[in-house]
Design a protein around this ligand. Structure first.
Ligand SMILES: [Zn+2]
Length: 315
């Protein structure tokens, strides 16, 4: 089964995704964006969060959930360092001696680590072995209709020290002024999870693990998503720039086969997703769809989707 989530969240004064520091100035990620103004398309630069940043956060939550369920996570992933089984040095920790057969390599990695099972890996040696991630995540970008109001502005911060000449206290390194570019926007992003890919070989399409282990891993993958969205623990600089705001809207679709909700950057994304699902139904495909907005909190909507998956025997 396939789960697709569209999230809209408001973030005022966030520093969730910084890209470079020049001297005492750290820059927020910014991307070119097409918007329509007076019937004409134009490009503006808007603050954004990369899919890599969101994917990293998701995998951190997955580590926690997997460990709490006593599922295997390799030592590298346990430290939230997700270079994964990229070469012989890292693969050797999972299987030694390293086999020549790509199927055996994939099997060893999937068995040893939930994160690499769900999040994929690229073993760049001979033979190369690649496993696509079972989850996908977009960039978080400002909602189109209000993208022109999205801003990234530097904020000045100062660190003071008392000057004391005799002890050289208050020297240059103790005193500091610095700027952090903060973003303010109504963001939208999409998260997809292909539950059928978990524990299944990307090479042969056959299960690598037994049914109960696959179900447990699916459950961990769903819980990690729930926790990430519920806790707002994603992105950088949360310790001093925890975004002011929160999820304003969220939609979840669960389908038998891959289906992705219409991007929440569009104002009509809920209606369009519903219309598209209705067509799917005409082809005989069952689905579940729910929306969190004013009356329903995001946690309720996510739980309903998870309950539906449980009812359908996904875990
Ligand atoms: Zn791992």
């Amino acid at each position: 089964m396939f789960l697709s989530v569209g999230v809209r969240f408001e973030a005022n004064v966030e520093a969730l995704n910084m890209v470079e520091t020049a001297g005492n100035y750290s820059k927020h990620r910014r991307v070119p964006y097409l918007v329509e103004e007076d019937g004409k398309l134009k490009t503006v630069y808007v603050p954004a969060l990369s899919g890599e940043s969101l994917a990293h956060a998701y995998q951190e939550h997955l580590v926690r959930e997997a460990l709490s369920m006593n599922l295997p996570v390799c030592d590298d992933c346990k430290r939230n360092e997700f270079f994964k089984s990229m070469n012989k040095v890292h693969l050797k920790k999972k299987i030694d001696p390293i086999p020549d057969d790509p199927k055996k390599i994939e099997e060893a990695i999937v068995k040893a680590c939930v994160i690499e099972d769900v999040g994929g890996f690229l073993y760049a040696e001979k033979p190369p072995v690649r496993r696509s991630s079972a989850f996908q995540v977009s960039y978080a970008l400002p909602v189109k209709s209000v993208a022109l109001f999205a801003t990234s502005e530097p904020q000045l911060h100062a660190r003071h020290a008392q000057i004391d000449v005799s002890s050289k206290k208050g020297n240059v390194s103790e005193q500091m002024i610095y700027y952090v570019e903060t973003g303010t926007a109504l963001y939208g992003f999409t998260f997809n999870l292909d539950l059928d890919a978990i524990g299944v070989s990307a090479i042969t399409s056959k299960p690598i693990l037994d049914e109960s282990e696959i179900k447990a891993r699916r459950e961990a993958a769903l819980k990690a998503l729930f926790r990430m969205l519920s806790s707002s623990q994603f992105g950088a600089k949360l310790s001093r720039f925890f975004p002011v705001g929160g999820i304003t809207e969220l939609v979840v679709a669960v389908t038998e086969h891959p289906f992705v909700v219409t991007s929440p950057i569009y104002d009509n994304y809920i209606a369009r997703t519903e219309k598209r699902l209705a067509v799917l139904k005409e082809f005989g495909e069952e689905y579940f769809f729910t929306v969190a907005s004013e009356d329903k909190v995001p946690e309720e909507a996510l739980k309903e989707a998870i309950d539906y998956l449980k009812e359908k025997g996904a875990f």
